[in-house]
Write a protein of this length. Structure first.
Length: 251
């Protein structure tokens, strides 16, 4: 028992570290993997398999973004903690938090897994998914420790009813009863995640074209990617300005 407690405390400390520095650690790890392992031009030597792999990866990213949007649209929780430490002023158990205790992290894992699969290098897929899963497991351990201490039996009862990772859609009707979905909140609270996810995909595509395709193909890809990201960036700027001017209601 003492050994198990020590291991748990160690995981919580790791989770506190990653929670505090995740906005720096996550992109650094992502870029390190991209630099260390170039994306293959064709998956297992097959252009058709490469296209299928990319399509499946894109669907996974979109599903992750959709899950995050659904979660935030039903019930928003304040992210980022307090002073870069785990914090919650109330226990949120409604909306998609009634289906899973960590629906946002499930969505994040789907997004990252899709990005790693889109990249295609086996090392990036294996190392990336395993590493980010460990990071989120440690963050969840730190958050659960805090929530147990603050909310006590209420949180323990919640844990008995709702799975940590799995989405239990049998609870959907009860967990969303009497609530209204806010599409505006889903976009306003998460537009940077949408932008960053597609930025990662565009960067991967440009790296692949730069390494393996003729210059004219790379230039065309860069132009198309630049236009696409410019459109998304324009959306980000518009949302920021509308938020600043109070034209978007954030509830």
């Amino acid at each position: 028992m003492p050994q198990e407690t020590q291991q748990k405390n160690g995981l919580i400390k790791i989770g506190d570290f990653f929670f505090k520095w995740r906005n720096i650690v996550f992109p650094v790890v992502l870029l390190s993997l991209f630099i260390s392992f170039p994306p293959p031009a064709e998956y297992f030597g097959s252009a058709m398999l490469e296209s299928g792999k990319d399509a499946a990866a894109l669907l996974l990213v979109l599903a992750g973004l959709g899950l995050r949007a659904a979660t935030i649209g039903w019930a928003y929780i304040k992210r980022g903690g307090l002073n870069k430490q785990v914090y919650a002023d109330k226990l949120v158990t409604s909306g998609f938090f009634g289906l899973s205790r960590n629906p946002l992290y499930v969505g994040n894992m789907m997004i990252y897994a899709g990005i790693f699969i889109f990249h295609g290098h086996p090392a990036v897929i294996l190392i990336g998914i395993a590493l980010y899963y460990f990071i989120y497991e440690s963050i969840i351990a730190a958050e659960e420790c805090f929530l147990k201490q603050k909310f006590g039996e209420d949180y323990l009862e919640y844990c008995k009813k709702v799975p940590r990772w799995r989405l239990d859609f049998s609870n959907y009707k009860d967990s969303t009863a009497g609530m209204s979905f806010s599409f505006v909140r889903a976009v306003v609270k998460d537009y940077t995640t949408i932008f960053n996810a597609f930025l990662a995909l565009v960067v991967i595509e440009m790296i692949e074209n730069y390494l393996f395709y003729p210059t004219d193909v790379f230039i065309k890809t860069a132009q198309n990617g630049g236009v696409f990201m410019a459109v998304l960036l324009s959306g980000v700027i518009i949302i920021k300005l509308m938020k600043k001017n109070g034209k978007l209601k954030q509830s």
